[in-house]
Structure formats: C-alpha cells, structure tokens
Design a protein. Structure first.
Length: 187
C-alpha cells in the first residue's frame, strides 16, 4: 500500500505539470494575439492620423444634397413626360451633377475609410480587453496549479526523507548477528 501512495503522487505531479504546460501554451498564444492586435490598432491609428488633414480641409463639403438632387432629377425624367428639348436639358443637369460627384468621390472615399478605420480600432481594442480578462483568469489558475505542484513536490521530498531515515534506523539481520557474536565474546 505504501508503494501506491508515491505512484499516485507522481501521477498527480505529472497531471499538474501537463495542466500547467497547457495553460502556459494558451497564455503564450493569447499574448501573441494581443501583440498582433496592438500592432494592427497602432497601424490603424496612424492611418487615421494621415486621413485627418484631408478630412479637415474637406469637412464643409456636403455630398448627400447633391446625391439627393440627382436622384430626384432622375426620378422626374423617368416618371414625367417632357419635350425632347426639356429632357435633354434635364440630362445635361444630371451629367453636371455626376461630374461634381465624381470630383467629390475622393472625399467620400476618405470619409468612408475613416469610418472603417475607427470601427477597426474599436473592435481591436475590445478584443484586447476580452483577451486580457481571459489572461487574468489563466494567470490565477496557473498560480493555483504552481502552488499545488509545489505542495506535492514538498510532500514527496518529505516522504522520501522520512523513508530514508526509517531505512537508516533499521538494523540488518547480519548486523544483529555480529552484535550477538561480539557480546558472546565479551562475556
């Protein structure tokens, strides 16, 4: 029965070691992911900073009213009957609006890009917060496992030391026979 005790301690120690290794690997993967996200967020912030001067210069430009006016004109042309001459005038007006919108296309792209960049930054930062929470729980679990592992190792050392002391205290039968021979000679 005493032999089963150390085996179970060894098995427990091995199990703890495997759990610790698995958690350490997961922790390393999460830290790598955070590094990746930090690089991405930093890049997106630089991208946003690069867009800001252009957006600041073009903040007064309004694109939506032009689009609305163009759609209204196209709807009128499509639904109402006009003389060919009037229809050509309307089409010329639509073409002018198209050219204006084409000139403003860069502004529109920059605004859309800024919106996507802001969204990417926010998502990256949220994911970092989530991963950091997960890392905190993993670190707490690791601390408990390391403490358990230390306790098991200390107990194993004490058991081994006690067994060694017990073995030293035991007297071999051959030694007893020698002691008896010496006592007989001395008496």
């Amino acid at each position: 029965m005493t032999e089963q005790q150390p085996e179970s301690k060894e098995m427990l120690e091995e199990k703890l070691r495997l759990n610790i290794e698995a958690l350490e690997k997961k922790k390393g993967d999460l830290i790598d992911r955070i590094k990746q996200l930090n690089r991405r967020v930093r890049y997106k912030k630089y991208e946003k900073k690069a867009l800001e001067p252009f957006l600041e210069q073009t903040k007064e430009i309004q694109i939506y009213p032009l689009r609305k006016r163009k759609k209204a004109m196209e709807f009128r042309i499509a639904t109402q009957a006009y003389t060919p001459r009037m229809e050509r005038e309307w089409l010329k007006e639509v073409k002018k609006l198209d050219e204006k919108l084409k000139d403003l296309q860069e502004v529109e792209r920059a605004r859309r890009k800024k919106k996507y960049v802001d969204q990417d930054i926010e998502e990256g930062e949220q994911e970092i917060v989530t991963i950091e929470k997960e890392l905190k729980t993993i670190r707490e679990q690791l601390k408990k496992l390391y403490d358990e592992h230390k306790t098991v190792r200390v107990a194993a050392r004490r058991t081994a030391a006690a067994a060694a002391r017990q073995e030293e205290e035991m007297v071999a039968l051959g030694d007893i026979a020698l002691f008896e021979d010496e006592e007989e000679k001395n008496s």
